[in-house]
Design a protein around this ligand. Structure first.
Ligand SMILES: [Zn+2]
Length: 393
């Protein structure tokens, strides 16, 4: 049996009614500070979200994922559907997000959660506690519309607590849950007003140069200047960027030496890699690995790494976006799509070949910045659209 999709206008009316409660939920989430590297803090935020998911009838599990504070999974929809996913008609959708923020404990003192006009300010409101509140509210809308009764669709809400530091502890579970899903909807912040259909893959690199120390006055010619060698290598690295391919390599940190009158024995630099195409991972790693010392008496240690594959604009993703745009049109909303250089956990699910749509969360500005804020009036229609997309599966 095919799901009858719910009318998106009715969902919007429902979302407007729930808006005050949605904002209250967001405020509560933002008041539980949850920096990625503080497992106890993120766990507290996760427990709060778990309670909210249980209230909505979600079958909740809290997965341990050290050193992070854990991962929340909450399954919605008929048990028979969730259990028999090999059944042709049965579909599973993953709603993906994270509860951690970049803000350390105590940030609330200088950056309180506060409403100014029609905007809500506070640590993590935009990236992405509003997205979490939206996911929970969208599920509530589906509950209230009695959507699950004869649904052939199960939804898995998945919230991690280490996204901002690379998702090392949560990646395996995210990939496990995404495999075989009909769609992954990522509630990360919007790009302007747009949904995100492509994200760059990310990586980093480090180069260490080992030269030979010497007195800069007495033994100058015996020294092998690691800083000079590093500077030459960095010139080469700068040329790895191929803007047209969407491949960029940036130096971000540098260090070395100790005293002005010593020829330095050691210097290092670290930086960032972004790729638009999966195939460019091997290409850029090979370029780094081919670096050879220019001064043969210096030793190079080169460590490049790609940690998130790009989220490419695949046919599956485009199909999801087209569906979203059609539904939005019924609300007289001209939904657009965008590509971004920033990565999310959507990169992992997309790289598995699972149709992934991202940037479905809040509209606002100032992610990772002191002026972080969201537009409250954008919440209802974006929340309704998440619910409508699930119902249209
Ligand atoms: Zn985020």
């Amino acid at each position: 049996m095919k799901n009858e999709s719910l009318p998106v206008r009715a969902l919007l009316a429902g979302a407007r009614k729930l808006m005050d409660e949605e904002v209250a939920l967001l405020k509560k989430l933002a008041l539980i500070e949850s920096p990625s590297d503080d497992a106890r803090a993120t766990k507290a935020c996760l427990e709060f979200a778990a309670t909210e998911a249980r209230k909505l009838g979600g079958r909740v599990k809290v997965h341990k994922a050290p050193p992070s504070g854990g991962i929340l999974s909450a399954e919605f929809g008929p048990r028979r559907v969730a259990k028999h996913l090999d059944n042709q008609a049965a579909k599973r959708i993953v709603l993906l997000g994270h509860l951690d923020t970049v803000w350390p404990i105590g940030t609330l003192k200088s950056m309180p959660v506060k409403q100014v006009g029609r905007k809500l300010h506070g640590p993590g409101v935009y990236d992405m506690k509003a997205g979490v509140a939206m996911a929970l509210t969208a599920l509530r809308l589906l509950n209230e519309a009695e959507y699950w009764r004869d649904s052939e669709c199960a939804v898995e809400l998945l919230l991690s607590t280490d996204e901002e530091i690379g998702s090392h502890a949560s990646r395996a579970l995210i990939e496990e849950k995404a495999r075989g899903a009909a769609a992954v909807y990522v509630l990360e912040p919007a790009q302007g007003l747009a949904y995100k259909t492509a994200r760059k893959g990310t990586g980093n690199w480090r180069i260490d140069v080992h030269g030979r120390a010497a007195h800069a006055g007495v033994d100058f010619e015996k020294g092998r200047n690691a800083i000079n060698e590093l500077a030459r290598q960095l010139e080469r690295v700068a040329e790895f960027t191929e803007l047209k391919r969407g491949l960029t390599v940036s130096a971000g940190l540098i260090g070395g030496g100790g005293k002005t009158n010593v020829v330095p024995a050691h210097a290092w630099a670290e930086g960032d890699i972004r790729i638009s195409k999966k195939a460019d991972a091997a290409r850029i790693l090979a370029k780094f690995r081919k670096l050879k010392p220019i001064d043969k008496d210096c030793l190079l240690e080169v460590a490049p790494e790609i940690n998130r594959p790009p989220m490419e604009r695949t046919r599956g993703t485009v199909k999801l976006f087209e569906r979203a745009r059609e539904l939005a049109r019924e609300l007289d909303w001209d939904l657009t799509e965008a590509a971004t250089g920033g990565a999310s956990d959507g990169n992992f699910t997309s790289a598995l070949g699972v149709a992934t749509l991202d940037g479905m969360g809040a509209v606002g500005l100032g992610a990772h910045a002191v002026h972080e804020q969201i537009e409250l009036d954008e919440l209802p229609r974006r929340t309704a659209l998440v619910a409508a997309l699930i119902a249209a599966q």
